[in-house]
Design a protein around this ligand. Structure first.
Ligand code: DOR
Ligand code: ZN
Length: 475
């Protein structure tokens, strides 16, 4: 090999979804050009010693809320992606429940501009699928989305959940493009009634939130979404799987051949209803953290592939918006993009999965499900040099006050960690070095939508049902 590399990382253990082995990595023009023995590397302008470290593909978090435009007192593209960089996350997919919601090409364009100006890491932007923007979906595709988000249940931003009829039309349109539709799969009408009854009964305690959203809200929503995906051929993704019971419709749909993927989040794997008393309203999140018996089945599903990946639902709010005596007054969600990796590496150290198992679920599978593989999600020649170097032996502790996020409040405060990300590179450039954000890398992040290559779409039944929309009525 003759061309000089920009950077060679030596002495680390390079991890893929299948293997972990000592190797060097050479990087040129933001891409990996070689992986192998140190003496097989090209000459380099710079070298970096990763002795004692594991070298992983940066995590791809397909579920974050960065609040800009509209709620920048909670977060913005700079602080949110700084949190990602310091959490070993090199690509994020950002959600449309901002103000204005990302449901028109104009709103999408504005968000692209804000993100490009401030982002430390690469990003994809979700378009909204709602009751009243069905005629905008094609235009959102043209404007550069990574996929679509549909809120079947209400949550922060209170975007009304679309009717099943609007969802069907949306699925039909999006199926023709092959994009994945991510679903907040909780059924709004069940929640509304249950919440109303609990409020009428005077319940304001933390566990009232869990009581308002029993697992049946997710079972019903996952099942219904899978029916619409099966009918239309649309690809779907179930966000934040929280219960053992919704795994049945998820497994059934996969067995029927529906292109359905799923994520869960660290808080569903590791927290449970006994934590409500400890952290109070801070734990309020949709879907709720559930009873302890759900955790074992969620881990099993994560390991057997029913759940494809780990995401965070990074949902920043200010402490004064989170800490309330009345649970219904607390905003839902908490930040996660910065703590996911150390929390899950702690579980790797505890023997719950291997480091390769983790890489498959944090990086490789998300890249595959959104058509970014092998461009991202793997360390091999030709891939983007999106790299995180972690020290699996390093002890730490979550400290909410030290988070990059503007939202310095989580249920993880003071949680013991073993396994920390130390250095993060996005397309060959350090965005975190020695656990410190590289301030000059602000604006380095780019939208990944143009690199996306989904498999060819396979729409079904759109010829019959879509006729009702596209054929003008005879007069
Ligand atoms: O608790 C939540 N908060 N769940 C969601 O799905 C959205 C999020 C938010 O945007 O705050
Ligand atoms: Zn979310």
């Amino acid at each position: 090999m003759s061309a000089t590399a920009d950077l060679v990382i030596n002495n680390g253990t390079v991890v893929t979804a299948d293997t972990a082995a000592p190797a060097s990595i050479a990087i040129k023009d933001g891409k990996i050009v070689a992986v192998g023995a140190a003496d097989a590397m090209p000459p380099a302008r710079q070298t970096f010693d990763a002795k004692g470290l594991h070298v992983l593909p940066g995590a791809i978090d397909v579920h974050v809320h960065f609040r800009e435009p509209g709620y920048t007192h909670k977060e913005n593209w700079g602080t949110g992606t700084a949190a990602a960089a310091c959490g070993g996350v090199t690509t994020v997919f950002e959600m449309p429940n901002v103000n204005p919601p990302t449901g028109t090409p104009e709103a999408l364009k504005l968000k692209h501009e804000l993100a490009a100006e401030k982002a430390f890491v690469d990003f994809g932007i979700y378009g909204l699928l709602a009751e009243d923007n069905i005629n905008q979906l094609d235009k959102l595709v043209d404007g550069g989305v990574i996929g679509f988000k549909c809120f079947m249940g209400n949550t922060f931003g209170n975007l009304p959940s679309p009717s099943t009829g609007a969802m069907l039309e949306g699925f039909e349109i999006i199926a023709r493009h092959g994009y994945r539709i991510s679903l907040h799969a909780e059924t709004a009408s069940i929640i509304a009634r249950r919440e109303g009854r609990l409020k009428a009964a005077g319940r304001v305690d933390p566990l009232a939130h869990l009581a308002a959203r029993p697992a049946v809200v997710a079972i019903e929503a996952v099942s219904r979404a899978a029916v619409l995906a099966e009918w239309t051929g649309a690809r779907i993704h179930i966000l934040h799987v929280s219960s053992a019971d919704e795994l049945r419709p998820l497994r059934d749909a996969k067995a029927r051949g529906v292109d359905i993927t799923a994520e869960t989040c660290p808080h569903y794997l590791l927290l449970d209803s006994t934590d409500y008393a400890r952290v109070g309203s801070v734990i309020r999140v949709n879907p709720p953290v559930r009873e302890a018996f759900n955790k074992g089945p969620l881990w099993e599903a994560l390991m057997d592939g029913t759940i494809d990946m780990i995401a965070t639902d990074h949902a920043p709010h200010l402490p004064e918006e989170k800490v309330k005596d009345n649970m219904w007054a607390a905003d839902c969600g908490f930040p996660g993009v910065e703590v996911q990796m150390p929390i899950m590496l702690t579980e790797v150290n505890a023997g719950r999965m291997t480091i390769s198992d983790y890489v498959r679920r944090s990086a490789t599978n998300p890249a595959k499900c959104w058509g970014l593989y092998p461009h991202k999600g793997v360390l091999q020649p030709g891939a983007d040099a999106d790299i995180v170097m972690v020290d699996l032996a390093r002890d730490g502790e979550v400290d909410d006050t030290k988070l990059q996020s503007q939202s310095k409040i989580t249920p993880w405060h003071r949680r013991k960690l073993k396994g920390l990300p130390l250095h993060t590179l996005v397309r060959g450039r350090f965005v975190m070095k020695d656990q410190v954000l590289v301030a000059a890398a602000r604006g380095w992040g780019r939208s990944v939508h143009s690199a996306q290559r989904m498999q060819a779409p396979a729409p079904r039944h759109t010829d019959t049902t879509m006729a009702a929309i596209v054929v003008p009525p005879k007069s």
